[in-house]
Design a binder for this molecule. Sequence first.
Ligand SMILES: Nc1ncnc2c1ncn2[C@@H]1O[C@H](COP(=O)(O)OP(=O)(O)O)[C@@H](O)[C@H]1O
Ligand SMILES: [Mg+2]
Length: 391
Amino acid sequence: MFIWQYFRFYMQTYSQIPKIIAPTQYYNQGFILDKIILDTPSPEICASKIFEASGAKFDADVAKDLWQKIMQHKWVLSERLNRDVGFKIACTDFIENIGTDEELSTHNQEKLLVQMGARTISRDIWDTISDTQPPKKLIHKRIILPLVEGALTEKYGVIPPKTIIFFGPPGTGKTHFVKAMAGRLAWWFIEIAPSMLMVDGVDKIGAHLRAIMEKTRSLDEAIIFIDEFEEFAGSRDSANRIDRSITNEFLKQVPLIKSQPNKVLLVCATNYIRQLDTALLRPGRFDCIIPVGTLDDDGRKTILEYYLSMMNCGVVDVDHIVSLTPKFTPADIEYLFQIVAQYAFEEECESGANTPVTTEMIAEKIASFRPSLTEAMIAEFREDVAIYSRV
Ligand SMILES: Nc1ncnc2c1ncn2[C@@H]1O[C@H](COP(=O)(O)OP(=O)(O)O)[C@@H](O)[C@H]1O
Ligand SMILES: [Mg+2]
């Protein structure tokens, strides 16, 4: 927000640029136009990048044309300001001040989305998860494809899922997958935090839940995410009066979401599926109950490579590191690399010499690192997979 205000102030105070640049000026830049057209990504990527930058949603074909106009606008702004203006600024400025009503007519529901704290998520999250990392393939087949291939689902009578649970030990990537889905679909990501439900005390939790779920009925293309789901929907047998009323509210709301025609996914995540009320887990309530568990060698390798790519890296034998990290979750790997990065950083601060990360440096940190998964947790997860998963 601050950068945006600064940008406007700069534009209005120091430059003589009119706020809206006449469209003809764009088309005089023939050489740059050719380059932009050549560099234009696929229409689907254009739509997801524009959505990510501005929160404005466009059909892929509209987004492709808009992309070119935004890139020209970015170029013109950068020339005028004599510095490289980022895509996000150019995109927001174009949409707010230059695009015509017709182009922007698909941009709606703003108020409600802002109220609910809706966010856009980068498609990169989906793209950087290895295709072999479970449950990516499953999510692609069972959730993404049915939601994007409307005509084919009708042809075959496939009903796209609307309510999903992810379960598995902490740090295994459940939240990461939900965000990845939102980015892949270019849908809104709305997280319902316990604090949103508890603003008026515990007695009002059920009422707030009902009100939020009612709002979701007028949304389209949104993922409603509830993390730590067992906190809300614990078993009624062991729960107190308040918890029971929330679980009962869920039991009413889940079928309502399923009967809505709009594109809204309710995704819940839990580390403790055993604590959920069994009535919620019966068929007919949640369409998919998906395990997110341990990583195999290939899954760890991709995540290791992802974090290594962000470091000052020397010679690293990734396969060796893979062999040293059998029980590591994605969260463990992320944390391990923070420790290594901090170590290398401190070394250079002290010695003044470049300190690239090496296999030995990482192995040394692994030796004193305790991964989060234990044999007992893995055994318990396997039992849960056999009992609860439904895909
Ligand atoms: N495939 C992945 N690639 C890179 N980082 C990942 C991946 N999966 C998870 N992470 C990272 O690991 C951390 C823990 O993941 P998270 O989704 O929060 O786990 P959970 O919700 O199961 O507790 C997050 O910071 C996330 O960014
Ligand atoms: Mg989580």
